[in-house]
Design a protein around this ligand. Sequence first.
Ligand code: MN
Length: 316
Amino acid sequence: MPLCHSKIVSTIEPGPEILEGRKSLIGDATEVRRLLPQRVMRTIGAWCFLDHYGPDDVSSPGTGMQVPPHPHIGLQTATWLFDGLVRHRDSLGHEQLIRPGQLNLMTSGRGIAHSEESPVPRGRLLHGVQLWIALPKDRQFMEPGFAHHADLPTVNVGGARVTVVVGELGAARSPAVVHTPLVGLEVTLPAGESVTLTTRGDFEYGVVSADGPATVAADEAGAAEGIEPGVIAHLRTGTKAITLSAAGLNRFFVIGGIPFSERLITWWNFVARTPDEIAAARDSWMTADGRFGEVNGYHGDPLPAPPLPAGTLIPR
Ligand code: MN
């Protein structure tokens, strides 16, 4: 398992490890907290990218999300909103508004392009997570596709309300099609309560607090670590349960999966295995050779790819 060397190994009893995100800009206006990849932890399961943004006031003109058409290969994008409204357009011709409680799941495979923007009218707040899922090597160049899931299963666990965005929790199973064993959950916890979620022993997990200070523990008896927006808690395989609590009403996004053993090159919006795959995708986008198609309806130019780095891209 090539990735294991980069994951922190501890001989003390397993508990959450807290990792800080870093601030980054998306488009011109949206500041995000980038929680994956981390230098010491590239993936959680096949989840290979996680941005948490907002809540931002996007009510005035010129604010909000404006991400021009750009390409992807080798991954699925998952868009999840806690508040607000985003319009997706892609080069397969889909146009889709997404609202809280719904999942946009785009499969890039060999190539797709899309844009994302705050529509007019749109309400005051924008708050969500943008995730990527690495496709396994035998499907990295699969046919592209797009799915919008407006009717995801929800489960009450104690006082918490859990939406099964990806994968399953107990008997509830998301209709979203993914290509490795994964889970993605939104957990809404009333103020002052706690909830314990059952886990799979062969999964590792990540927990993000969307709204405010909260705690996460590896099971009901385990030591609780504090989290807040801007950090991600990582729980290694073998975790028996995840207990979440918060003083105020809080939403969490929980991801998990079997540790992803393939080394990846992640550059710009591409996930690949070799530098040649990255260079070919960049060339296709910059020469508009048809691999990615065109996004119709977005007012503005597509995003140009940055120059390739001077050094060799190394799978990590
Ligand atoms: Mn994108």
